[in-house]
Structure formats: structure tokens, C-alpha cells
Design a protein around this ligand. Structure first.
Ligand code: APR
Length: 176
């Protein structure tokens, strides 16, 4: 299922299979790998990804770092660290918004044209899916208004629930 609105695409699938300029990884501060989408990306990229991540030395929540994609179809990986959900009173919304802004700024400064995002923080880190999708769409919309290089942003829903959440958030935006 693919939904397209201008330069935004919403699809269900596995982000490691996408042939885009960069895929975004929902990493942890160590950048040394983990489960979820992080584990899948490291498995698909091969061991050279971990080597490069080791040399970076970590990443703060809300920030983003760039590596090559190695054995992935995507040429680059943008690693960002989302907030752990603690109920919403600890700046989680803003940290998540910063993940999207930092990742897109990095893509823009690298001259990349297509970027794919997983639903950052909505797995192990427990951020509510619907709320996360609204923030993601808002930040990407704002960013695309000014982007010079980034032409297309793909939201990858991992499973039917995530797809529903993105499509509902998208409908809400369209209704204003
Ligand atoms: N493709 C796309 N999305 C995926 C994939 C995949 N192959 N695998 C998982 N996802 C989705 C999950 O369904 C979830 O919606 O990515 C979203 C983020 O989930 P997590 O990977 O658990 O990431 P996050 O909640 O940000 O937690 C980060 O998990 O594995 C660790 O190292 C990582 O410690 C960090 C933490």
C-alpha cells in the first residue's frame, strides 16, 4: 500500500530494502547496534557499518550522524536517537521533532534527494505511535517547504497498525 502526497510517500514494508539515498536508523546513544530497526539495518549493511559507528563515538538524543550504507541498497544511513517515552512530560515531543529536523538537515547538507524514515521511538522506546506520526509529518512538511536538495521523504510503516497511524495522521493534516 502506497499513499503519495506531493513529495511525501507512506508505505508499508522493511526499510532495509529501500533503494533511496539514505535510510534513517532509530539507534541508541552508543550507536553500537541493538534490536528493532537498528538490528535489521546492521544485519543488512554488514559489519563495516558497526566499524564506522564505533569511530563516531555516539550520538545524543535528538541529534543525527551520517555513515555509509555498505551492503544496503541505500547509499547512506542517518543514525538518530529518539527519546525514551516517560509519559510525555520530559520533552519527548520536542526531542522527537529534533530527530526529524537533524536527520533532514544532514541529508540536505549532503545533497541527498530521497530519505526514508522508520517510526522513530515507537518500538522499544515506547513513544505512542499516533502522536509520533503527527510529529513526523509536521516536521517533514515544514522542512520540505524550504529544502533545496531533498525531494522525497518516505515514511516506512512496519506493519498494518503503523500504516493506519500514518494514514490517519496524514488525513488529519489534509483536513487542517
Ligand atoms: N523497517 C521499518 N521499520 C521497522 C523495522 C524495519 N525493518 N523494524 C522495526 N521497525 C519499526 C518498529 O515497528 C517501530 O515502529 O521501527 C520503529 C522503531 O522501533 P525500534 O526499532 O524499537 O526503535 P526505537 O523505539 O526508537 O528504540 C530504539 O531500540 O533496538 C534498539 O538500538 C535501538 O536501543 C535502541 C532502541
Amino acid at each position: 500500500m502506497v499513499e503519495r502526497r506531493g513529495r511525501i510517500v507512506i508505505l508499508e514494508g522493511d526499510i532495509t530494502r529501500l533503494d533511496v539515498d539514505a535510510i534513517v536508523n532509530a539507534a541508541n546513544s552508543s550507536l553500537l547496534g541493538g534490536g528493532g530497526v537498528d538490528g535489521a539495518i546492521h544485519r543488512a549493511a554488514g559489519p563495516r557499518l558497526l566499524e564506522e559507528c564505533r569511530a563516531i563515538g555516539g550520538c545524543s538524543p535528538g541529534d543525527a550522524k551520517l555513515t555509509r550504507g555498505y551492503d544496503l541498497p541505500a547509499r547512506w544511513v542517518i543514525h538518530t536517537v529518539g527519546p525514551v517515552w516517560h509519559g510525555g512530560g520530559q520533552g519527548e515531543d520536542e526531542t522527537l521533532a529534533r530527530c526529524y529536523r537533524a536527520s533532514l538537515s544532514l541529508a540536505e547538507s549532503q545533497g541527498l534527494r530521497s530519505v526514508a524514515f522508520p517510526a522513530i521511538s515507537t518500538g522499544v522506546y515506547g513513544f505512542p505511535l499516533a502522536r509520533a506520526c503527527r510529529i513526523a509529518l509536521r516536521e517533514v512538511d515544514r522542512f520540505l517547504e524550504r529544502a533545496r536538495h531533498v525531494e522525497e521523504v518516505v515514511f516506512v510503516a512496519f506493519g498494518a497498525d503503523a500504516l493506519d497511524a500514518y494514514l490517519s495522521a496524514e488525513r488529519e493534516r489534509a483536513l487542517g
